[in-house]
Design a protein around this ligand. Structure first.
Ligand code: GDP
Ligand code: MG
Length: 600
């Protein structure tokens, strides 16, 4: 019915925008579109029915409860077919026009819930037939003045918000539906359009119900249509749809369109509007198609830029996901060997001090070992204090059977033992801290290397945990052993004398009383203990917690290669697979959109 010589030039542009919407580009860049707004009962559904040639849900109250994207496609080869889609996945194809009402209502119930609530999610209804025009427009809920039973009190505000969301975009053509038989200036729909588009550059108004105007009011309507009352750059079109009686009598839409033409032809006042191309649904359809295409062309450069940008992003995300394992068994095995070897190599590098992660493990460990050293140094002053005290108070508190001036070595040995034993606790803390650091970095490598393979990630994480636990128990036992050995209070004479000479200069010569030399001697011994422990503890930790554990982790991972179920081991996270497929599809569509734009 609305075949138009322009169709060939129109379709590619409209398709382009529809494609982009399906890619989700409308989330980042408002797309050129036509949004239909009107007060309740203004005749919105009737106009859309005339344009789409199918019956849409109608009735009193809020019938349109979700935005409905109506995509009309003219295809001479197709009698009639339609696809309704919404949400992430729902898509249903059908070929009976009579099913539209039920399916749209069903979609609204799913999205907005049964009842009278509204919702912002889009329902897409694509109708292809040999007679419809090429057009895409979005039907929005009618503006309700007062809430009816069961509706939230703020339903009016909710609807206005939803409409505003669509019509505030500069890319949106606002199609306002106003009945001829009311004062158009008072219609809420036109007020909203004027608010969002004060200059009227992207607003087009449809006047409905021309058969219902009072006799004598025709002149006023003509003034409006001629753009002399409320000026709109895109102007006015007047249409006549089925009245309630004709609907009740089941007059077909095709018949109604024929009747519309007769109505205008025979109308004393409005006849002239046919020539001026300001009347009938057919004229409206052509106008809208052209306006939409013009709008699309205007925003094409911006869209093209956005698409290129998005394509870059999607490609980057895809490159980070990698390709996934090969399907062929032998290749898959090779791939598994590679994945594990890569991981092992990194663990080994890490244990050797190569910088492969952002936080340099050796720098972190050295800091922690310095803390340990400081702790040893800090314990010194207390040690000195206690030693002096024991010497000073020897005769009053510690002296046994020995003659005056002599002293018992065991007293001093006991003091040394007690104070050195206090260093055990901080050494254990050092162990725990380093273990946490190493484990964190091992875990990090496991996450990075096996990010697409939950099984490998799980196995390696478990291995790391067990091995770290086991190695840390070894170190704990060694530290306990070391401190048990320290109870011997031992060093080579030569070492002792050397340190004493270096350290003890001050104490010497002052006094010939041997007991006054004790603090110096004991201080020297402590110096030796500090040197011994300062190195011994870090060396043990480093060896068992890092070097040995790296080796064991690697060998445990290699054990996986003895198994013959590479399939299970390389089982991809289903989400990753889906995500990759989704990105790939997105990239394909963006590429397609990009090609389409360039070929227009
Ligand atoms: P909506 O609420 O804006 O969707 O309005 P509808 O399309 O449901 O129309 C409301 C009422 O106006 C219905 O009873 C229609 O039959 C009637 N109607 C719509 N357009 C015309 C028209 O051009 N002439 C007449 N007489 N009635 C119309
Ligand atoms: Mg309606």
């Amino acid at each position: 019915m609305f075949q138009d010589q322009l169709a060939e030039k129109v379709r590619p542009f409209i398709d382009l925008v529809d494609d982009m919407r399906s890619i989700g580009i409308d989330k980042e860049l408002p797309l050129p579109t036509i949004a239909v707004v009107g007060d309740q009962s203004s005749g919105k559904s009737s106009v859309l029915e005339s344009l789409s040639e199918v019956a849409l849900p109608r009735g009193t109250g809020i019938v349109t409860r979700c935005p409905l994207l109506l995509q009309l496609c003219n295809d001479k080869a197709v009698k009639w077919k339609a696809v309704i889609s919404y949400g992430e996945k729902f898509r249903h194809e059908f070929d009976k026009p009579s099913e539209v009402v039920r399916l749209v209502e069903q979609a609204q119930n799913v999205l907005a819930g049964k009842g009278v609530g509204i919702c912002e999610d889009l329902i897409t209804l694509k109708i292809t037939s040999s007679t419809v025009c090429d057009l895409s427009l979005i039907d929005l809920p009618g503006i309700a003045r007062v809430a009816v039973k069961g509706q939230p009190d703020d339903i009016g505000a909710q609807i206005k918000n939803l409409i505003t969301k669509f019509i505030k975009n500069k890319t949106t053509i606002i199609l306002v539906v106003v009945p001829c038989n009311v004062d158009i200036a008072t219609t809420e729909a036109l007020k909203m359009a004027q608010e969002m588009d004060p200059e009227g550059t992207r607003t087009l108004a449809i006047l409905t119900k021309p058969d219902l105007i009072d006799q004598g009011a025709e002149k006023n309507v003509l003034e409006i249509v001629h753009n002399r009352v409320i000026f709109l750059n895109m102007g006015y079109v007047i249409v006549k749809c089925r009245g309630q009686k004709q609907i009740d009598e089941n007059m077909s839409i095709t018949r109604a369109i024929e009747e519309e033409l007769e109505f205008f032809r025979n109308h004393k006042h409005f006849r002239s509007l046919l020539r001026e191309e300001k009347a009938t649904t057919k004229c409206l359809a052509t106008k809208l198609s052209n306006a939409l295409v013009k709008q699309i062309k205007k925003y094409l450069p911006q869209m093209s830029e956005k698409i290129k940008e998005r394509l870059g992003e999607v490609k980057h995300l895809l490159s980070k996901l990698e390709g996934g394992p090969p399907l062929e068994p032998a290749e898959k095995r090779k791939y598994l060997i590679q994945v594990i070897t890569d991981f092992n190599e990194q663990i080994t590098q890490l244990s050797k001090g190569d910088i492969i992660v952002e936080e340099n493990l050796f720098v972190l460990m050295r800091k922690e070992f310095t803390v340990w050293m400081k702790c040893l140094e800090n314990a010194k002053s207390n040690y000195h204090k206690v030693v002096h005290q024991v010497v000073d108070e020897y005769d009053q508190k510690h002296r046994g059977s020995e003659l005056p001036g002599f002293s018992n070595y065991r007293v001093f040995q006991h003091v040394v033992q007690k104070l050195v034993a206090e260093l055990k606790r901080p050494s254990m803390t050092t162990l725990q801290t380093i273990r946490d650091m190493v484990q964190k970095q091992f875990d990090h490598l496991s996450k990075e290397n096996f990010k697409n393979y939950p099984y490998l990630q799980m196995v390696s994480k478990k291995n790391i945990e067990t091995i770290q636990e086991q190695q840390s128990n070894i170190v704990k036992a060694r530290i306990v052993e070391q401190f048990e050995m320290e109870m011997q209070v031992y060093t080579q004479d030569e070492i002792f004398n050397k340190i004493f000479q270096e350290e003890g200069e001050i104490a010497e010569g002052k006094d010939h009383d041997t007991r006054s030399k004790y603090p110096g001697l004991l201080k020297s011994y402590y110096e030796i203990v500090v040197q011994r422990l300062a190195d011994q503890v870090p060396m043990m930790i480093c060896y068992f917690i890092l070097k040995e554990s790296a080796k064991i982790v690697c060998s445990e991972m290699l054990d996986l290669l003895h198994r013959d179920d590479a399939d299970n081991i390389l089982q991809e996270d289903s989400e990753i697979g889906e995500y990759r497929a989704k990105l790939q599809a997105q990239a394909d569509r963006l590429l397609l959109a990009n090609d389409k734009i360039s070929s227009l």
